[in-house]
Design a protein around this ligand. Structure first.
Ligand code: IPM
Ligand code: MG
Length: 407
């Protein structure tokens, strides 16, 4: 996991952030030189626990973030805001202005999960999911990085045969603020037979494709140098343009081996021979689907983090799992995806590589010690709840004297 996650400082994305105390935006490359200075580096983090298991996993991840930060000379200040169904219940909307303003004004945002049965019948603009999409759009985080790496400790948790799953290490780069999720026209109406219809528009502009493709090429460059662009260019015009632009950009990245695949084939190849993939770049909806599929190769969706970043401003970091209302409040959730999202926040959002590595190493060590939540449990390991898993990770974060020793 560490290898997959540490692969990609996004040099192309100058993520600006403010230091508390008014020093103004500071380029990430300065972080290393501040490391040994007496003054702690200080950041404001917005926590958005959300719904279902969100509050449980975010509470655990917050403690891990604080400790790993403190051990690496990083001070993190937290403010908690409402999003999703809980925001709707409290304020009547799934993304209150106060939440978006706080998120925009902070250095990075950590989100738990949104949604639940209770709000399934809300009108569209009041659904928890709408709040999440408004947040992504509001922050302009168009590039969503979703790593899926099979850990040796969890290979038996995969539903695929061991020889197919072991060694898989994929990064899905999903376009996050365009495509059919946001395209217009959209809505409900009636057709000429008077029948009800629902419709959406898959649309991409050249610049939207170029910017996500550039991120993906850069990501591939930091990994194994292979990029597979997934589309449906045999049918969809938006995909035809996608393929044309990605192909044109390849000349800027002669060191990257670019291939193209139709999404139906990609879905099949992911379970047939997932090791053929390194970095995948795809549109919003295909990325939504393929990243869930890729996650299951690793054994549990409860393990996988994600980072969403834009050209400037704070990034949004969230586990790719949902709010799991069926187990909410029962201390059964796996907090590791959120803890690993916190590591991505430190790396991609704040440029704090050492604190990020410390967390990733602690997660690996905690798994080596045999601790498992229900979703990744196998006989012979120790079944723990969300809180205890958090405590075990905290102990390990603290006991890691030198991060380098375990990497
Ligand atoms: C995801 C989720 C969201 C999406 C939902 C909750 C709106 O499935 O982050 O993958 O479709 O993007
Ligand atoms: Mg999804």
């Amino acid at each position: 996991m560490a290898a997959a996650l540490q692969a990609t400082p996004l040099k192309t994305l100058a993520i600006s952030r403010r230091r508390v105390g008014g020093a103004g935006a500071r380029p990430r490359r300065m972080a290393a030189s501040f490391r040994c200075s007496a003054a702690a580096r200080s950041y404001n983090i917005t926590l958005l626990p959300g719904d279902g298991i969100g509050p449980e996993v975010v509470a655990v991840a917050k403690d891990v973030l604080s400790l790993a930060g403190a051990l690496e000379g990083v001070e993190l200040r937290f403010q908690e805001k409402l999003v999703g169904g809980s925001a709707f219940d409290a304020t009547g909307v799934p993304l209150p202005d106060e939440t978006l303003d706080a998120a925009k004004g902070s250095d990075a945002v950590l989100l738990g999960a949104i949604g639940g049965y209770k709000w399934d019948n809300n009108e569209k603009h009041l659904k928890p999911e709408t709040g999440l999409l408004q947040l992504r759009a509001g922050l302009g985080v168009f590039a969503n990085l979703r790593p899926a790496a099979v850990l040796p400790q969890l290979v038996d948790a995969s539903t695929l045969k061991k020889e197919v799953a072991e060694g898989v290490d994929i990064m899905v780069v999903r376009e996050l603020t365009g495509g059919i999720y946001f395209g217009k026209p959209r809505g409900f109406g009636t057709n000429d037979k008077g029948e009800d219809i629902g419709f959406n528009t898959e649309v991409y502009s050249a610049s939207e494709i170029d910017r996500i493709a550039r991120v993906a090429f850069e990501v591939a460059r930091k990994r194994r140098g292979k990029l597979c662009s997934v589309d449906k260019a045999n049918v969809l015009e938006a995909s035809m343009l996608w393929r044309k632009r990605v192909t044109a950009l390849a000349s800027e990245f002669p060191d990257i081996e670019l291939s193209h695949m139709y999404v139906d084939n990609a879905a099949m190849q992911l379970v047939r021979n997932p090791k053929q993939f390194d970095t995948i770049v795809t549109n919003n909806i295909f990325g939504d689907i393929l990243s869930d599929e890729a996650s299951m190769i690793t054994g549990s969706i409860g393990m996988l983090p994600s980072a969403s970043v834009g050209e400037s401003g704070p990034g949004l970091f969230e586990p790719i799992h949902g709010s799991a209302p069926d187990i909410a409040g029962q201390d059964k959730a796996n907090p590791l995806a959120t803890i690993l999202s916190a590591a991505m926040l430190l790396r991609y959002g704040l440029g704090e590589e050492n604190a990020a590595k410390r967390i990733e190493a602690a997660v690996t060590e905690t798994l080596n010690h045999g601790f498992r939540t229900g979703d990744i449990y196998s006989p012979g390991t120790t079944l723990v709840g969300c809180k205890q898993m958090g405590e075990e990770v905290l102990k390990t974060v603290e006991s890691l004297k030198e991060v380098a020793a375990v990497n």
